[in-house]
Design a protein around this ligand. Sequence first.
Ligand SMILES: Nc1ncnc2c1ncn2[C@@H]1O[C@H](COP(=O)(O)OP(=O)(O)OP(=O)(O)O)[C@@H](O)[C@H]1O
Ligand SMILES: O=P(O)(O)OC[C@H]1O[C@H](OP(=O)(O)OP(=O)(O)O)[C@H](O)[C@@H]1O
Ligand SMILES: O=C(O)c1cccnc1
Ligand SMILES: [Mg+2]
Length: 497
Amino acid sequence: MKITKDLYQSSLVLLTDFYQLTMAYAYWKSGKGEQEAVFNLFFRKHPFQGGFTLAAGLDYVIDFCRNFKFEKGELEYLGDMKNKDGSPVFESAFLDYLQNLEFTCDIDAVEEGTVVFPNAPMIRVKGPLIQCQLLETPLLNIINFQTLIATKAARINLAAQGEPVLEFGLRRAQGIDGALAASRAAYIGGCTSTSNVMAGKLFGIPVAGTHAHSWIMSFETELEAFEAYAEAFPDQCVFLVDTYDTLNGVKNAIKVGDKLRAKGKEMVGIRIDSGDLAYFSTQARQMLDEAGFPDAKIVASNDLDEHIITSLKSQDAAINVWGVGTKLVTAYDQPALGAVYKLSAVKNSEGVWEPKVKVSQQSLKINIPGFHNVKRYYSNGKAVSDMIYLEDQEIDPRGVVIIDPIDATRRKRLMPAFYKEEVLLKPIFKKGEKVYTIPSLHEIRERAATQLESLDKAHKRLVNPHLYPVGLEENLHHLRMDLVLKAKKFENEQEAE
Ligand SMILES: Nc1ncnc2c1ncn2[C@@H]1O[C@H](COP(=O)(O)OP(=O)(O)OP(=O)(O)O)[C@@H](O)[C@H]1O
Ligand SMILES: O=P(O)(O)OC[C@H]1O[C@H](OP(=O)(O)OP(=O)(O)O)[C@H](O)[C@@H]1O
Ligand SMILES: O=C(O)c1cccnc1
Ligand SMILES: [Mg+2]
């Protein structure tokens, strides 16, 4: 395979687990393929032991669905698959079915840049079982990663308290698409730029950077290296000062800064990439100030994350710009968000929707049945609670009770009439037609900032955050409990037999 030419030239319809295709075949064979179903994508726990998660990746999902088509090449590949006895895995009538398969689902989803919480659906897919099933793996692949990285980026940007965070992750990212998707998500999460030029071109993210130690090392002296760099980029000089002796490096940067100024140019600043970043940044700040460069920025990098940034802030480090790579784009301390995709209702042969639950040993894993949506209530611009409710349920503006999906003893009474409300799942596709206007990446980033602003500080603490209240509307809670009890009763009866 030639990665540069072939990787994205075809539809991504085979970017799925094999079992989705074998199930699709079996659904088709048993005549259930067109039966209507509802699936929900959600996660059970915030990543990084945090108190919020930032949704990202919907744009890729939309693109995936719009190009959901089995073309000749894919069908040939599937047609060549053989069982152990040499017979084809998929009979040709099924391949004909796939060839004619058009994407016809309804999809409702939270917009990118929305703050989201455990158990509430981020994406709801309604449509023929086969299509819903085939979407499971790619939707999870896309949403799990981008949401994880957007959340990590948001945490890092919160720690930086509004100072610019430059994303430097490409060299350590999880492969090629991992890097591109991470740069996109990091930008949504608040980073100001990426070092990944391809991400810049593809997504319109500002591209920025400094220079490496190799630049300095290729010259006889550090001073010569700075001078040559200043010659090439008189308006964009950020000198990396720690190749030999950091404080001597600062002295050299000041010398070249003076020369630039004599030519009417200003150096932008310096970068420190090793050693005690609190100590060196405060020393460098003092030297720069004394030399008449109070506006020169100090960029720091070197295995930074939200915790080290917080620590450096508490040490009064004089850092103005944060370069963050590895720990951001790899989500170093939690490599995956555990979002799942679960069936919550099917339409029976009489055309009646039947809500479904999967009863698990762990109550944490019992899904939320039915066709539901999420409302967020705001008071004075602050999010106060999320309510998961059955979409056809009348909500009494004078009072609702919401019940924690994991611990039914935790309840909260709400007066919807007192609050501004937002329905979080927005229509994206109706019968396969896109009905949603995709915002620009910059708008998504703005939404993320506004959403994070709407969340109380207590939920944004990096450690031991306060739990944001998310509950099931009473009727949904009862429906769920009834279904669980019925299923358990059935289980017990079977055991007794
Ligand atoms: N004052 C500080 N407080 C807390 N953490 C710091 C401080 N200064 C630096 N760090 C962090 O400590 C770690 C230092 O790592 P390490 O010892 O590998 O770097 P180094 O030896 O200074 O540099 P390198 O090995 O890259 O030349 C980095 O993650 C860095 O961000
Ligand atoms: O530390 P990160 O958050 O990943 O940021 C990117 C790092 O990449 C570069 O150096 P590299 O790590 O390649 O080499 P070095 O650590 O030896 O300087 C740069 O100088 C940063 O330190
Ligand atoms: O531009 C930089 O300073 C940069 C880019 C990638 C990785 N580390 C640093
Ligand atoms: Mg390094």
